[in-house]
Design a protein around this ligand. Structure first.
Ligand code: ARG
Length: 276
């Protein structure tokens, strides 16, 4: 029997007006392999339609010139309970995205929660994921280990740290996807032993996937009610999800994978903890 589904979701997306690969800040990006403009728009429009058909509310705004990664707004902050913590990006190439993301959130009635004024305390939204009553925080490639403790204080929620060992999975949302309050799909082999133990203790019903399965970006998915909106889904994973009562909706985002981002990166969850 499936556990209780999460409440309906609202997401914020940025359209690919200026999407490109103009720098290389993760192992997937190669400036010699640029995304196709028309295909990017087709994929992005189909993703918006897919999220809506699954029952989500989608807000969006255009991306800005010079910010070629702005199509991945998940990273701009951690949002819940009508408030947010603004990201501190590890790479200066993405730094100003945090300001634009914060401006959109402030305009839409979200209040900003202060963050310590320490330039070396990095936080990127792609590393922060809810599971049940806690937040998981991936650390290492992007988010600083110390960020977890500050996040816990800022949001008043327990935060469990998952140190990331494999740089191809530089954000936690590339190796962990919560399905409901008991189930999650994840690739433990890309974390260090501390992370593996923590997640094992936390998730009563895991769907463990291999590194190869994770390389398809299958974990970089979002769940809307009982629909898992995925960039790709190897057959074994599809069978397991369907056996659990989920519907799999594949929305290919091949052009965005060229920048190392998939569906979870493209859809900022406007209420991570689902408490608002
Ligand atoms: N090119 C972007 C970066 O390297 C991709 C962002 C992916 N975001 C995510 N939440 N996994 O930062």
């Amino acid at each position: 029997m499936p556990g209780p589904a999460h409440p309906p979701k609202s997401f914020f997306l940025c359209s690919p007006d200026h999407f490109d690969v103009t720098f290389e800040i993760n192992p997937w990006m190669a400036t010699g392999r640029r995304p196709d403009r028309d295909k990017s728009w087709l994929e992005w429009n189909a993703l918006v339609a897919g999220l809506r058909s699954a029952g989500a509310t989608v807000h969006h705004s255009p991306s800005l010139p010079g910010l070629s990664d702005m199509v991945f707004p998940t990273d701009v902050g951690v949002v819940t309970d009508r408030s947010f913590v603004r990201a501190r990006f590890r790479h200066q190439e993405r730094g100003t995205e945090a300001e634009h993301g914060a401006a959109w959130l402030l305009e839409h009635g979200f209040a900003e929660i202060p963050w310590p004024d320490d330039p070396a305390l990095y936080l990127e939204g792609g590393d922060v994921i809810r599971f049940g009553e806690v937040l998981l925080c991936g650390t290492g490639p992007r988010t600083s280990p110390a960020a977890a403790e500050h996040l816990s204080r800022a949001l008043g929620v327990e935060v469990v740290t998952v140190p990331i060992a494999d740089p191809r999975f530089y954000h936690l949302d590339m190796s962990f996807c919560p399905l409901d309050d008991r189930r999650a799909l994840y690739a433990p082999d890309v974390w260090d032993v501390e992370g593996r133990r923590a997640v094992e203790k936390l998730v009563p019903e895991p769907l463990v996937i291999s590194v190869d399965e994770a390389l398809t970006f299958s974990a970089n998915s979002v769940v809307v009610g009982r629909t898992v909106v995925m960039p790709a889904c190897p057959p074994r994973i599809r069978t397991a999800l369907e056996d659990w009562g989920f519907t799999v909706l594949i929305s290919p985002v091949e052009e965005f994978l060229k920048a190392g981002g998939g569906i979870r990166c493209m859809a900022l969850d406007l209420d991570l903890l689902g408490r608002a």
